[in-house]
Design a protein around this ligand. Structure first.
Ligand SMILES: [Mg+2]
Length: 394
């Protein structure tokens, strides 16, 4: 069956979810959890990471077409068990056997049906992530049925995206940056905690060693004390940062964000920890963030994030989706970015080895660009033997 792609106008219409005619009825929906050992444990502000995990969604439609998605489950790692139960016990009965006009209709139905549970359970994050993962799988099915890669089916002009190298804490930043630049990457993000002196101690040597002919960003993971941030942010001007990411927690009072933005000599970035449409609406209205970073495995999938990306681009902000996931999540973020036609968008690419991504990703990364090619849907077809080897019970 061949279906028409959604027009760019539909995708860019604003707050509406994209609604191509892509009738959908699922006959099965399940979670596939993977845990793949890392060479060494990594300590992060959110906990110690000893293995790469990925909670995949496997959806099958009435004709047997299989689509894949991914549900955010990085912190805490045992959250994958709860999210898998949410998928099976709450959302599978709602999704399977019902006829929907499009994946977007499914997303709206699941979101609406879980509104009360989301509030009563106090779990907007896990519930939004499960709905997002199902949505990604539903769009994968729809584009596969259309015989189109998602980036093109959703209105993208070309299927390769620029990445930025995301370097973790504890990694040798000078060497990592040098290797990334040698590979053709033109944007690099570092991480820091503490105060302005610690931040300068991270970025200064990198500029001194590697110069200024590339974009440099700094991610504080919401760690800066508000008063110090407002007073100290101007001192970071010497680093020529393309953006300063999450200097404050996402739920810090808006007045603090406004004061920081007024003092900052660079763009502020955030969005990876926003899990409601209202939060993104507020961020766009506040005009504090110059760079918006929604994560399609945390909130929205394609149904929420495609129109959100259009609003970000239309507002003149930079669209750089966050992603820290296995292969289907990375592919979802990449297709989303390509479909947005954002002129200066960048895909986050953690440089540390992630077997849940690297062992299952067919799209090549060359000279700082990920090429999605013409494979239908996400372009994700995992090796059954690999899945069987690393699958864990959830
Ligand atoms: Mg971040």
């Amino acid at each position: 069956m061949t279906r028409s792609p959604p027009s760019a106008a539909v995708a860019a219409r604003g707050r509406d979810v994209p609604s191509p005619a892509a009738p959908l009825r699922l006959r099965d929906l399940d979670a596939v959890a993977l845990a793949m050992p890392l060479p060494a444990a990594v300590r992060t502000p959110m906990g110690v990471v000893a293995d790469a995990v990925a909670l995949l969604v496997r959806a099958t439609d009435d004709d047997g077409v299989v689509g894949w998605g991914e549900i955010w489950c990085q912190f805490p790692r045992f959250g994958m068990h709860h999210r898998a139960r949410l998928l099976r016990d709450v959302f599978r009965p709602l999704a399977v056997g019902q006829a929907y006009g499009s994946p977007a209709d499914l997303w709206k139905a699941l979101t609406t049906a879980s509104d009360t549970l989301r509030l009563q359970a106090g779990e907007p994050g896990p519930i939004a992530a499960v709905v997002a993962g199902i949505d990604i799988a539903a769009w994968d099915i729809a584009a596969r049925r259309a015989g189109q890669p998602l980036w093109r089916w959703l209105g993208g002009a070309h299927g390769d995206v620029a990445v930025y190298a995301s370097i973790g804490r504890g990694e040798p930043a000078l060497e990592r940056v040098g290797a990334c630049l040698a590979d053709g990457v033109r944007a690099v993000k570092l991480r820091s905690t503490g105060g302005v002196d610690e931040h300068l101690a991270v970025v200064r040597p990198v500029r001194e060693r590697h110069g200024t002919d590339f974009e440099l960003m700094l991610d504080l993971n919401a760690s800066w004390q508000p008063s110090c941030a407002v007073d100290g942010v101007a001192a970071l001007a010497e680093a020529g940062l393309a953006w300063l990411e999450e200097p404050l927690p996402v739920d810090a009072p808006p007045v603090l964000w406004r004061r920081l933005a007024a003092a900052a000599p660079m763009k502020l970035a955030g969005g990876e920890n926003m899990v409601t449409a209202a939060a993104f609406d507020a961020a766009l209205d506040e005009r504090v963030l110059g760079v918006l970073q929604p994560d399609p495995t945390k909130w929205g999938g394609f149904s929420g994030c495609v129109p959100l990306a259009a609003r970000i681009v239309a507002a003149g902000r930079r669209f750089c989706p966050h992603i820290f996931a296995g292969a289907p999540g990375v592919l979802a973020a990449a297709h989303l970015l390509a479909a947005s036609n954002a002129p200066d968008g960048l895909l986050e690419w953690p440089v540390s080895h992630n077997p849940a991504r690297d062992a299952m990703l067919a799209a090549p990364l060359r000279a700082g660009r990920l090429d999605l090619g013409d494979a239908p849907g996400l372009g994700f077809d995992p090796d059954p033997a690999l899945v069987a080897r690393y699958r864990v019970d959830v």
